[in-house]
Design a protein around this ligand. Structure first.
Ligand SMILES: [Zn+2]
Length: 122
């Protein structure tokens, strides 16, 4: 079922990419989408203020966290979800261009993480 959703997403992405299919353009658009996602998260903290992000180094005796306090407001959540959607769109487009299955990529990464656990160090 989940593989069908991922495959369907790749098919929809493919149908939307009828103008420019150059892999270099797609890769640069993926990077731009990723940058916009980072910017949206930053703006949630610096302009909206619904979340507070700390750059403080964690203490040695405390577990590492996300350094985020608060919850996204509805507006910031909507913007961030839209930017994440764009990242997924261009990631799927890169997969399409290279004839890769995004579901297979997800599954391999999940299996690697399950195998390495905390030693994956990501
Ligand atoms: Zn907000």
């Amino acid at each position: 079922m989940k593989d069908i959703l991922a495959e369907d997403f790749q098919i929809v992405v493919e149908s939307c990419l009828d103008r420019n299919r150059n892999i270099l353009d797609t890769l640069s658009k993926y990077q731009m989408a990723s940058s916009r996602l980072s910017r949206a998260v930053t703006k949630a903290s610096t302009q909206c203020g619904c979340i507070t992000v700390s750059g403080k180094k964690p203490e040695d005796d405390q577990p590492t966290g996300t350094n985020i306090e608060g919850e996204l407001c509805r507006n910031c959540r909507t913007v961030i979800e839209k930017e994440m959607g764009d990242v997924l769109f261009y990631l799927a487009a890169v997969c399409n261009a290279l004839d890769l299955s995004i579901y297979d990529v997800l599954l391999k990464e999940k299996n690697t993480l399950a195998l390495l656990g905390e030693y994956s160090l990501k």
